[in-house]
Design a protein around this ligand. Structure first.
Ligand code: TZP
Ligand code: MG
Length: 210
């Protein structure tokens, strides 16, 4: 987990002419080093099928796979972990099901939620949405000031997320993020790998400057 810097989450509707596996393989080849299956529309059986297919792909490249919302699907697909929102199952329940070795990530939208997630034993957190995003409509942007607060205080890895793309990633990194996460900028682009290469090179530039 510590070495993961570029987290790419699948979209449901962002790649109409391209398949899920093709898009995610391109992202991985471009430098995505953590992948999440997030599909709010898929019925349980379809979600498990997608998780198993992504498991096969990610294993081939040695990339960890996280399943959004559903610890039981993460377990059934032998994924590396689950990502939970503030309204999902509590960390303790997910930990009970997944055991000590799988990863549990939590979305946080304030420094108080970030502190609570760290205390509750999350392996990583999402910090966002940094910018307004159509992927999570109706959620107020937390701006880079939450990124700066998390950088100053939170000791577990955090991924800045929400409206991040190669044009604004440097600003997020300058605020203190060491890890970025994206959905639409990557999977909505005809060349997901190229977007990942750009984001990775911005992350590496920021590491060199630190
Ligand atoms: N959690 C906070 S913002 C967000 C999630 C799942 C959506 C990020 O999507 P995008 O397309 O990278 O803005
Ligand atoms: Mg959720």
């Amino acid at each position: 987990m510590d070495r993961c810097k570029l987290y790419v989450i699948t979209g449901e509707t962002y790649h109409p002419n391209r398949g899920l596996l093709e898009v995610m393989e391109s992202a991985i080849l471009g430098g995505a080093d953590l992948v999440q299956l997030r599909d709010k529309d898929a019925p349980a059986r379809e979600l498990l099928e997608k998780a198993r297919a992504l498991r096969e792909l990610t294993r081939r490249y040695g990339v960890p796979l996280i399943v959004n919302d559903h610890p039981e699907v993460a377990l059934a697909a032998d994924a590396d972990g689950v990502h939970l929102g503030q309204e999902d199952a509590p960390i303790a329940a997910a930990r009970e099901l997944l055991g000590p070795d799988r990863l549990i990530g939590i979305s946080t939208h304030s420094i108080e939620q970030a502190r609570a997630a760290e205390r509750a034993g999350a392996d990583y957190i999402g910090v966002g949405p940094v910018f307004p995003t159509a992927t999570k409509p109706g959620r107020t942007a937390v701006t880079t000031s939450f990124v700066a607060e998390a950088a100053a205080e939170i000791r577990i890895p955090f991924f800045a997320i929400g409206g991040i793309h190669p044009g604004n990633a440097a600003e997020v990194l300058a605020a203190g993020a060491k890890r970025l996460c994206a959905v639409s900028a990557v999977v909505g682009n005809p060349d997901p790998g190229a977007v990942c290469r750009e984001m990775r090179s911005l992350i590496e530039r920021s590491e060199r400057a630190a």
